[in-house]
Design a protein around this ligand. Sequence first.
Ligand code: HEM
Length: 369
Amino acid sequence: PLAMFRQMRQNDPVHFEPRMRGWAVFRYADAMYVLSHPQLFSSEAILPGQPHLPSILGMDEPRHRKLRNIVSQVFTPRMIEQLTPQITAVVQQLLDKVIPRGRMDVIQDFAYPLPIIIIAGLLGVPAEDQAIFRSWSDSLTAANGSNDTPETRVSNAQSFQAYFLQKLAERRSQPQQDLMSRLLSAEVDGEKLSDEELLEFCRLLLIAGYETTANLLGNAFVCFDQYPEVVEELRQHPEFMPGAVEEILRCFPSVAGDNRVALEDLMLGDKQIQKHQTVSVMAISANYDEEQFPEPERFDIHRDPNRHITFGYGIHFCLGAPLARLEAKIALNIVLQRIQNIQRDPTRPVEPVQSPFIVGVRSFPITFT
Ligand code: HEM
């Protein structure tokens, strides 16, 4: 696909896609233009026939800002840094389980459990509920390979909702130090959030941070497999890990793009975009734009600057970016310290996640010593 995106950047950088009845934006500069003009490109505008999502991801200003502010202090790098001991402990436990066996499926045994445990903890889901919580979450996302029937999905979504409503009710009478309590006590324009908004917020925090981070961790192993010299360098220099994580994010953007809706007729590049048409910002192409990234196809953990747009840009810039970065840095450094001779199982093909919005692998079995 890299060659295809290169061609699109050259020949048709703002492309009308009849199947999507909308536009796809391939160049970095155009992508930045769209993401930095939320007054022209809405996250909220309701498309005919599509339900409106009352979560901040699908909201415009001013309400977006007010709701985002309720939780933004929790997600600053400084606050998130305090989760270091907890993340470290979870990573060690996950590895303790697989190390005696000398093999694991990176995705099932490592990449998925870590982020869900951390987000559940932040939200305020007690440890004893986390197994059942994970099974619902897997069903809400595609984490179980979409094996659920539609009926199971609906019933899991209902269980999830009932669980949150109950937890929220408990916290109304007895606030705790967690995100659910913070959301409950917040007021926006003098009013508390409705139950629907509370649920949507919890669901967003969970979904936005779960598969995305899991795929980042999975993609890291794909890179380690492709670039063994990088693995050696990182073992010697754990301080290079943040740069490596950024380069993994750039080259394998677990979120492949962001969608917007034009609020008026406007020109983008030399194309006339009509009001209400959708515009998809293709991070997966913009991150390889040769105008922004010299030698874009080179995997370079020392790339500086590395202004990829895998976390988006502008007012909707990923709230969880500091958390995803910290989890990845800690997890991958511990992995490289504790296990050696990581080998991909050559008998099992690496299957990509079947979604145009996600770059990741469905399973990645490895052996190690
Ligand atoms: C927004 C990517 C991890 C919570 C976004 C957006 C992107 C993104 C691209 C913006 C979408 C848009 O502009 O339409 C990622 C990636 C992650 C990741 C690639 C991991 C590698 C997380 C985590 C959390 C999180 C761990 C939190 C628990 C959110 C929230 C928003 C968001 C709440 C909405 C922000 C807003 O609308 O203002 N993320 N994310 N994300 N992300 Fe993440």
